[in-house]
Structures are given as C-alpha cells and as structure tokens.
Design a protein around this ligand. Sequence first.
Ligand code: IMP
Ligand code: MG
Length: 172
Amino acid sequence: MECNVLYSAGEIQEKIQDLASQITEFYADKPVVGICVLKGAFVFFSDLVRQMPDLDLELDFVRLSSYQDATESSGRVVFSKDIEIDIEGKHVLVIEDIVDSGRTMMFLTDVFKARKPASVRICSLIDKTERRVEELTVDFSCFSIEGGFVVGYGLDYAEKYRHLPDLCVLTF
Ligand code: IMP
Ligand code: MG
C-alpha cells in the first residue's frame, strides 16, 4: 500500500482559516452548535473551532459508523453516541471529515431535523463527489475531490493513519 501527500498540513491550515472566516461571517451574531462527527473529524474540528473565537459557539460530539473497515459505505449507519445538547431552536453546524455517498450525512441531518433546530448545515473537510447517491448540500468545505481514498489528518483506513499531519491518497 502506498500513501502519497494530497494536501500538506500547511495547505490544510490555510484553507481552514478561509473557511473559519466564511462561517463566522455567515452566522454573524447567531448562536451555533458545532457538532463533531467522531472519529474522523476530530483533528479538523479542533483546528476549525479554534479559528472562530468570535462565533457564539457550543460544541458537542456524535459517533457514527458506517464503514466497518471497508473503503465503501455499506449504507447502514450505526448511531453509537448521541449529542448531549438540546438543539431545539438552535443553528446546528455538523462538522464532518468527508462526504462520499452522502448516506451518513443524510441519516444524521434527518435525525437532527426531527429535533426542530432553527437550521442544520454541513461543514466537511472534504467533499468527495464521484460516488454521491444522496441529494444533499455540503454548505462549507475545504477541498472538493472526485474520488480516491484519502487518509491522515483524522481520516483512517481500518483505524490506521489518523495521526498523519497531511492528507494523503492511499493506493491499494
Ligand atoms: P458516506 O456515507 O458514503 O458519505 O461516507 C461517509 C463516511 O465514510 C465518512 O464519514 C468517512 O468516515 C468514510 N469515508 C468516505 N470516504 C473516505 C475516504 O476517502 N477516506 C476515509 N474515510 C472515508
Ligand atoms: Mg466519518
């Protein structure tokens, strides 16, 4: 297996600064609940939220799994840890590592919408478009790619590579 750098740690930080300004401007004075989708988004989430000190922000975490160590979504999403904040009437920003088929985000945003938030938006480090099956809007993203399997900066293959500082493409 080969691992080649796609976006360096420096490039990622530059994109995050831009994105953080966009998000801060977009919500302005509205309070926001930022929800980290574990485990893949943990690195992105911690870098992103620290670039938005002016935002009125509450943070929470959700744990989902749909991949079962494979490289393609099974379509079955397991909800293994719920958020603890009551989101009714609040603006929700779901912060994810990568949107691929869109099934995971469709499932999660449907669950959240049923709790009557003021809005639900999606922020993903990577928007991977080639295998999209659900019609959903990725409202904020750093990178858009067609395909390929990406690891590092929180993203894994069978729980490995999450600790790499760069985003890399894995060749099998
Ligand atoms: P979806 O439900 O097909 O959109 O899959 C989304 C989830 O699959 C993401 O949250 C990731 O955990 C995982 N995933 C999809 N593509 C990749 C990839 O290229 N690298 C690592 N994980 C991926
Ligand atoms: Mg994920």
